[in-house]
Design a protein around this ligand. Structure first.
Ligand code: NDP
Length: 359
């Protein structure tokens, strides 16, 4: 691209000079000073054309080479990841990196790739079995702890209040941290045992009060689950992490979460790839000159949800981070909202019946 532009420039520039020579007296081009000015500026302008066209091309491709956030294309565009306020006076980066289904032996490399690309928010869980790899990547990255936001989640076999702090301490050992930023009840499990997720929630709040985690929240809580923990404890979770993507917009749970003053975290934001061939999304991606994944992730960002796409593919990890130099119009947002298929669009289990508890 840059070479083509420079070629055009070289071809056109002498032509312009030729035209100008008819008026060279007026422009002073046939003086020694005019020749010196031309000799100096022509290579400078060619170098600028090469740089400018390549820089714009790289930005369009969504590249963030070396993990450095490129400068905005113009003064109105902010490429940095926004932070959202939580209801406990802390903040969370709106875009992070998810590690569900990344094998333990690949986790360190994937998280290091994400950290190099600029991600500062990592979402793991006791259930994923890869907290240690996350911890190794954090340690090796050398990034100051205060610049990172780390979430983990209580496994389904640790709902007994006596297991909450114990298991969180074990997570902290694996992560090599003395606290996490956010600790979530992974699933409510209303049909398991006495289904008393309220007692579990009280123990989560105690873990926060003891300083093992800065914030506490829940995941996969339906509106009635949220109503119950808030009514019985007076403690509102900082977030509710729920399944949300274009085929399952999950607006009832999103609205209940917001009504309680908590932030929505959208898991499986690209439906584990299931939305990527959708013709509506492919059309919008063509219109805005971005990938379908970038369009879907941008849709989440504009809806105000927190997202952490997962990938083990370095080019995708980088592209999924390049969401802040373009925007979707109201019509494009509405067209994506209209792809919702309700409960049929779920990829994961329904939280009312999910009852899988590891041994
Ligand atoms: P995602 O919606 O993030 O999709 C991940 C899949 O999409 C992978 O197969 C990945 O492939 C592929 N992919 C990623 N980026 C691109 C791209 N740019 N182009 C094409 N394909 C792409 O699914 P997840 O289920 O992983 O959800 C994200 C995170 O949400 C999880 O990692 C986890 O942190 C959280 N989560 C929480 C749950 C909960 O119950 N609380 C449940 C499920 C997820 P590849 O890796 O091969 O590149």
């Amino acid at each position: 691209m840059g070479i083509v532009a420079a070629g055009l420039f070289v071809a056109v520039f002498p032509g312009n000079i030729a035209q100008l020579t008819e008026h060279r007296d007026a422009f002073g081009l046939d003086t020694d000073r005019g020749r010196v000015i031309r000799l100096f500026f022509q290579p400078v302008l060619i170098a600028w054309a090469l740089w400018a066209t390549d820089a714009v091309g790289a930005r369009r491709a969504g590249a963030c080479p070396g993990g450095i956030v490129p400068p905005p294309l113009d003064a109105d565009v902010d490429m940095t990841v926004p932070t959202l306020a939580l209801n406990d006076a802390t903040t969370i980066p709106q875009l992070g990196f998810g590690v569900f289904q990344i094998p333990p032996e690949s986790t360190k490399e994937a998280v290091l790739t994400a950290l190099r690309a600029g991600y500062r928010h990592i979402d793991t869980a006791q259930m994923y079995g890869n907290e240690q790899g996350v911890g190794e990547a954090i340690a090796e990255s050398g990034i100051p702890r205060e610049e990172l936001f780390v979430t983990t989640k209580l496994n389904n076999n640790n709902h007994d209040p006596a297991d909450v702090k114990r298991s969180l301490r074990e997570s902290l050992d694996r992560l090599g941290l003395d606290r996490v930023d956010l600790f979530l009840i992974h699933w409510p499990l209303p049909t398991v045992g006495d289904g008393d997720f309220v007692a579990t929630w009280r123990a989560m709040v105690e873990a926060r009060e003891e300083g093992l985690t800065t914030s506490v929240g829940v995941s996969n809580f339906q509106p009635d689950h949220l109503d119950r923990i808030v009514a019985e404890t007076g403690e509102v979770p900082a977030v509710n992490q729920i399944e949300v993507h274009p085929y399952f917009t999950n607006d009832a749970a999103r609205e209940a979460t917001r009504r309680h003053g908590a932030q929505v975290e959208a898991w499986s934001p690209i439906a584990q790839g299931a939305v990527l061939d959708d013709p509506v999304l492919v059309g919008i991606a063509g219109d805005v000159e971005r990938t379908v994944a970038q369009v879907v992730l941008r849709w989440h960002i504009q809806r105000g949800d927190i997202v952490f796409p997962k990938s083990v593919t370095p080019a995708r990890i980088e592209a999924n981070f390049a969401l802040f130099d373009f925007a979707l119009s109201e019509d494009q947002m509405a067209a994506i909202n209209a792809l919702d298929t309700g409960d049929e669009g779920r990829r994961g289990p329904h939280p009312d019946v999910m009852d899988i508890v590891p041994d």
